[in-house]
Design a protein around this ligand. Structure first.
Ligand code: AMP
Length: 474
């Protein structure tokens, strides 16, 4: 369940009436911890360094103060000169952020454009020309449009960098630096990252001025409502085991992660051949096909998404009951991002990771990152050779009784001959509330609530308010 602040209400945050109305429409009753900690200082004009994982409600944490400011200004947007920019690592995430701005701003006159690659730039250029208050963008396409003179960031007032760690992982640092060089010094910046390794801290120091730090997800923690299990399995047994897990009644919607696009395509084919409704989503698919697949998945017309890490970030679907790591991720951070696709919006989720005996190091790196043992590593070290090769040993039989899976999965593990699983972790995990760790500096939080900082003194431009292209009246 999303961790909510016990004391704060949306009314007490002093958001304008149109936003409160939209939040009621969304069914949000109380702010999440990141929202309660971020919105007041952001409304007061402070820069924010937010350490928060996806699923904590961080999108509204930055969207609401920006919408509040833009709606209060109620100025006509300038052609090509947005007042606010949100940068996201993937197209899917950019679209979802745009959807959130649209939902929260439905009763305001704030207009936005979403800018991402893989589609024609024509509509995006048209909407920028007609003028938008807010642009949500991925770095590559944004730079393209900047270099062609379709967008000018010199009057930007509000800048958000979302999922900064993911941006770095994806090699966006050079692009980010080029974009940051074009931002005016006088601006408010909100910086969000699931983890804060040294290079991210370094980047944040370059971007932020005296920020308020809001930390609702410490580095060594996975999303609390997600049950995490590891299955020790031999490579040839992965697919039959996956099939058995998916046949479990409780698997409503699943995302299966592979390391490579090729493996994702192969798995998509095999699953469909076995009668499942599955589709692959990865960087080689066209933007339209990715959107089509995601829409079918959201509409529950598709049971299984097969995804690579690159595609994972943008998948924000509330009903994902299971994440299955068919392949252990290359980087331990990806594990946290992957499992964050389930357990969203208050739901409980389950994450199952297949680990082959030669992947002990990868598993240990994940365990170090999340600060929790997922599998008794002795099982890997001490496993008799027969067990490692798939033979059934006494030891394995006794481990079978510890299986935390449902009946069908237990029988699956038995039939696999060498499958074991971790101890239950959900109880432990659920004790850890993200709100326990909110650490905004009290001195900083006393910052006077003088309205969201506006540094622009641009005169209103008359007469250009045409609507069209990608622009949406949020
Ligand atoms: P995010 O971390 O921004 O991706 O949000 C995760 C999910 O939580 C989304 O489905 C949001 O719609 C939902 N959400 C965000 N804030 C709240 C809230 N205050 N109350 C209930 N649900 C929320």
């Amino acid at each position: 369940m999303i961790t909510s602040s016990q004391r704060t209400t949306f009314e007490s945050l002093n958001l304008i009436h149109p936003l409160q109305k939209a939040l009621r429409h969304e069914g949000y009753e109380i702010p999440t911890a990141i929202q309660a900690e971020t919105i007041p200082p952001a409304l007061a004009g402070r820069d924010i360094l937010g350490c928060a994982q996806t699923g904590t409600g961080k999108t509204a944490a930055f969207a609401l103060p920006i919408l509040n400011a833009l709606a209060e200004q109620d100025s006509r947007p300038y052609p090509k000169q947005p007042q606010a920019l949100v940068l996201a690592p993937t197209r899917e995430l950019a679209i979802q952020i745009g959807d959130s701005f649209q939902a929260y701003g439905r009763h305001t006159r704030v207009r936005q454009a979403i800018v991402f690659g893989g589609v024609s730039q024509h509509r995006q250029v048209e909407s920028l020309k007609s003028g938008v208050h807010l642009v949500v963008a991925t770095p590559g396409r944004l730079l393209d449009l900047m270099s062609q003179g379709h967008i000018d960031l010199s009057h930007l007032e509000y800048f958000v960098l979302d999922e900064a760690d993911r941006m770095m992982d994806m090699g966006f640092l050079p692009d980010l630096k080029r974009i940051i060089r074009c931002l005016p010094d006088q601006r408010q910046s909100l910086f969000f990252s699931a983890t804060l390794p040294p290079d991210i801290v370094d980047l944040s120091q370059r971007l932020l001025a005296d920020p308020v730090t809001v930390n609702v997800t410490p580095k060594r923690r996975s999303v609390a409502t997600i049950r995490q299990d590891v299955l020790l399995v031999q490579k040839p047994e992965k697919f039959p085991l996956l099939e058995k897990i998916l046949l479990d009644d409780k698997v409503d919607q699943a995302i299966v992660f592979t390391r490579t696009k090729r493996a994702a395509n192969l798995l998509e084919r095999k699953l469909n051949d076995r009668g499942f409704s599955a589709a692959a989503i990865h960087g080689n698919k066209s933007q339209n096909s990715r959107q089509r697949v995601l829409q079918s998945y959201r509409d529950n017309r598709l049971q299984i998404l097969v995804a690579t890490d690159l595609a994972a970030r943008g998948i924000d679907v509330d009903g994902v009951t299971h994440v299955i790591n068919y392949d252990v991720p290359n980087e331990p951070e990806s594990y946290v991002h992957r499992i964050g696709r389930t357990g969203r919006a208050g739901a409980h989720g389950s994450a199952v990771t297949f680990v082959t005996p030669d992947q002990r190091k990868e598993l240990q790196a994940i365990e170090r990152l999340i600060g929790k043992k997922l599998l008794n590593s002795d099982l890997m070290e001490d496993a008799p050779k027969s067990e490692r090769r798939g033979g059934k040993s006494d030891r394995q039989r006794s481990e079978g009784s510890k299986c935390t899976f449902s009946r069908r999965r237990t029988s699956a593990s038995k039939s696999m001959g060498n499958v074991t699983n971790s101890q239950p972790t959900a109880t432990q995990a659920s004790k850890r509330s993200t709100s326990e760790t909110a650490t905004a500096n009290p001195r900083q939080r006393q910052a006077k609530r003088s309205g969201f900082r506006s540094r622009s003194s641009r005169p209103r431009q008359a007469g250009k308010d045409s609507r069209g292209g990608m622009t949406t009246s949020a």
